[in-house]
Design a binder for this molecule. Structure first.
Ligand SMILES: C[C@@H](O)[C@H](N)C(=O)O
Ligand SMILES: C[C@@H](O)[C@H](N)C(=O)O
Lengths: 170, 170
């Protein structure tokens, strides 16, 4: 009987970049992440949602991704040249984020687990900025100042006292 | 020497729901996914990006998630009542999507893998609608009509001929 959640992780050393208004046609994501790879910038999480906005008759989407905080400015500078070529909007950097994740092999097909995670954060008035999921991991990006509290309350919510508190060292 | 990508998966039986303009304050995600859990609706992927839009002075975010196609209308109906209470915008259902994913234990810290995935799709003129990542999986949502082609070209791009073609049966 595998508990759906076996651990909680916190990473307070990421920064988020958002590239706004990327023209929504094939090849854009490839160019952006191809460039970051050429610059040897390691990307942790990529989030692109479905929301397509038409700007000057051109359908666009925002693409967000996270990197280690020390790479944020390098990433922004690397992209600023490409930004002119692909004609996207501004690139926004937010250093004050924390990524808190629940991890477990038993999560898939357990409808309540995500809700339980979000509720634990909500009860402490922690606002969820970004959500990304896979079968073994659900991650929420919150404000960096909420990071440690988030780790604690999610830990309690899944009854993980004393075990598997995977805290990425400050 | 573990190859970063060991398999490609295609799922053409998902539908995407997008809840637009969810008031961006604690508790919203918890209520939405709590309700879906109560209705026993299994959610595959949740994507919420950073883009916050102020509407009538209220900061809002869009939340997108995918479910099995047969659950899409049940999910929409379940949420339509809650939508009035939490005062979000419309709920959009898109049944014509496919989720194509690359899977591998060796992907983390391999900056070029995501770019290679996106380039393979771009070369076939396949537009990427959504992106979500974890250490062992990168998923792109594309149009359902692009699904099989996407599986094929990504397979080729990672040189996986003959192995590990995890195709979710039609
Ligand atoms: C926005 C970006 O993802 C674009 N749709 C692409 O396929 O590259
Ligand atoms: C938009 C929604 O995710 C909200 N920020 C919450 O915390 O529930």
């Amino acid at each position: 009987q595998v508990p759906p959640v076996r651990g909680v992780a916190l990473d307070r050393h990421q920064a988020r970049l958002a590239i706004l208004h990327v023209p929504d046609r094939p090849g854009m994501a490839a160019q952006i992440f191809g460039l970051l790879a050429t610059e040897n910038i390691s990307v942790d999480t990529i989030i692109q949602s479905q929301r397509c906005r038409v700007i000057n008759d051109i359908p666009t989407r925002d693409i967000a991704f996270t990197v280690a905080q020390e790479d944020a400015e390098i990433a922004r500078n690397a992209l600023s040249e490409l930004a002119k070529t692909i004609n996207c909007g501004e690139i926004i950097v937010d250093n004050a984020i924390a990524k808190v994740s629940i991890i477990g092999a038993g999560m898939i097909g357990c409808p309540g687990v995500a809700a339980q995670f979000f509720s634990a954060l909500a009860k402490e008035n922690i606002n969820i900025q970004m959500i990304t999921t896979s079968e073994i991991k659900i991650s929420c990006v919150v404000a960096e100042s909420d990071g440690v509290k988030a780790l604690k309350v999610v830990h309690q919510a899944f009854d993980l006292a004393g075990k598997d508190k995977i805290h990425v060292p400050a």
